[in-house]
Design a protein around this ligand. Structure first.
Ligand code: ASP
Ligand code: MG
Length: 322
């Protein structure tokens, strides 16, 4: 993908009405529809509840510490005299709901993450995107791997079967159906082989998507204190498309979460709901993840920039009228 460098002029065009007129847009939107339909149907067939997203809350994902984060501004406004944040991810809502309500569910959740403007040129970043979030009570990493491997395989199959013409127009006729189970790499070994920027280097070496486990990041992912290993993961796509899923098993113990919140320099008053539940022994262990819908569709379509799959592109640094 993206062998040529993306120029600013290309991005301006992509973000304008001209972008909507591009002959690739309609085939991409047809493929996107097919993928959304397939993923939704698979989850419904397996008994997942379908939850709709929220956009404003006092608590949202801190995105910190996260080696991949590059947020230039947090969106906060006051409503009814209360400061609320635009959703960066629904992780805390997912953790509470899975503990007190449906034990497995999915959400197509819009996230606002005001990425640094130089990230416009990576081809992989947007300042508004949608995650397909899943959370499952008492699940382990392997359970979540299986759910997403099925969604990925089935949607690629459906696209190849029903959108052959569209794939041809996009020059993507040769798209592979990956083999399952996907390979699992350990982050520490990748660091030895590739160095700190293992994500893109691994991505360029892969033929099929692969999991990477044990990634130090936000306090809500489960850390095995004996081995120092994080029971969490990313899914990396081939061809330089990079990370498309993040998730993990979750922390559920009060004292441990409190320690980690302090260690990360976060303010505990932002996490009272989940801390209180944990203190009362009501926060269930769970595992889950979120798939970046635009990145996945972008991979299937072979785009140069992930904004090509949005009718109204949200490219870092470029704000359009619509
Ligand atoms: N959705 C991710 C999760 O479930 C969190 C994130 O957005 O990075 O862990
Ligand atoms: Mg994350």
């Amino acid at each position: 993908m993206r062998s040529k460098l993306i120029q600013r002029a290309d991005l301006m065009k992509l973000a304008s009405i001209e972008g909507l007129l591009d002959r690739r847009k309609l085939p991409i939107l047809r493929i996107k529809t097919e993928i959304l339909k397939t993923m939704t149907n698979r989850l419904l067939e397996r008994g997942f509840y379908w939850i709709l997203p929220i956009m404003l809350a006092k608590a949202t994902d801190p995105l910190w510490p996260d080696p991949g984060a590059s947020i230039e501004k947090r969106v906060e406004i006051e409503v009814y005299g209360v400061r609320v944040k635009a959703t960066q991810s629904m992780i805390f809502q997912k953790r509470v709901l899975v503990s007190l309500g449906p034990e497995k569910f999915f959400i197509f959740s819009p996230n606002i993450r005001i990425e640094r403007r130089d990230r416009a040129f990576t081809g992989r970043h947007l300042y508004e995107f949608t995650q397909l979030e899943v959370e499952i009570a008492y699940a382990k990493m392997d359970d979540v791997f299986k759910v997403y491997e099925d969604l990925i395989i089935e949607s690629i199959k459906a696209v190849k079967e029903k959108c052959g013409e569209e794939l041809k127009i996009l020059g993507r006729g040769e798209l592979r159906i990956p083999k399952t189970p996907f390979k699992v790499f350990k982050r520490r070994e990748l660091e030895e082989e590739y160095g700190e920027d293992w994500e893109l280097k691994l991505s360029r070496d892969l033929n099929d998507p692969a999991w990477v486990i044990d990634i130090p990041r936000e306090f809500y992912d489960y850390e095995d204190e004996e081995t120092g290993m994080w029971r969490n993961f990313d899914l990396i796509l081939p061809e330089g498309y990079g990370e498309v899923i993040s998730g993990g098993e979750r922390e559920y113990e009060y004292e441990k979460m409190l320690r980690k919140i302090e260690r990360d320099g976060l303010r505990r008053e932002n996490y009272e709901s989940i801390l209180n539940l944990a203190k009362r022994g009501l926060l269930k262990p769970s595992a889950g993840a979120g798939l970046g819908v635009e990145r996945f569709v972008g991979y299937v379509c072979g785009v140069r920039h992930v904004a090509e799959v949005q009718p109204f592109p949200r490219i870092p640094g470029i704000v359009s009228e619509l």
